[in-house]
Design a protein around this ligand. Sequence first.
Ligand code: IMP
Length: 183
Amino acid sequence: MSKPAPSGIERILFTEEQIRSRIGEVAAEISERYRGRHLKLIAVLKGSVFFLTALAREIDIPVKIDFLAISSFGSQKAGGGVVRISKDLDDMIQDEDVLLVEDIVDTGLTARYLLQTLAGRGPNSISICTLLDRTSRRIVQVPVEFRCFEIPDRFVVGFGLDYRQLYRNLDYIAVMNPEKAGS
Ligand code: IMP
């Protein structure tokens, strides 16, 4: 481990080596699936940026990238989470093959909202690729085409995922106990 573990880290789920190796496998699948097509990777700020850059470097076909940011309101646990786009894409996606790159699909509410919204803009196709998938907490079903890892129902940080905006820059993904985290 190259950096000291912050307080609150309980255990490492995936090391940097495991993450990069798995991303390589998923990138190979994506390269095969989209060869000869016009692939655009869309990352959801901020958590997906680390995954997007690692993934894009392993994909061996030309890709475009774009970013959007979302805000969530309300209680997701109650199924009432409302999501809206707070920073939109720079470019149109009409007739492009879009891969929505997510850090984690949890309840599925964010992914469903983005799929529905972007599908209305006339892409040739739109699919989801996520670093982490926590299917045990799904509220709405969304099709996840490419996934690196399924994870247990525990809060995780690292490789882009944060706790109060911190810990995104950890090279690994770890279970964190927020009650034991420093402020
Ligand atoms: P969903 O709409 O419930 O699927 O939520 C997805 C978003 O919640 C992710 O993009 C993350 O920003 C955040 N999130 C969900 N679980 C975790 C976690 O364990 N650690 C950090 N962020 C999380």
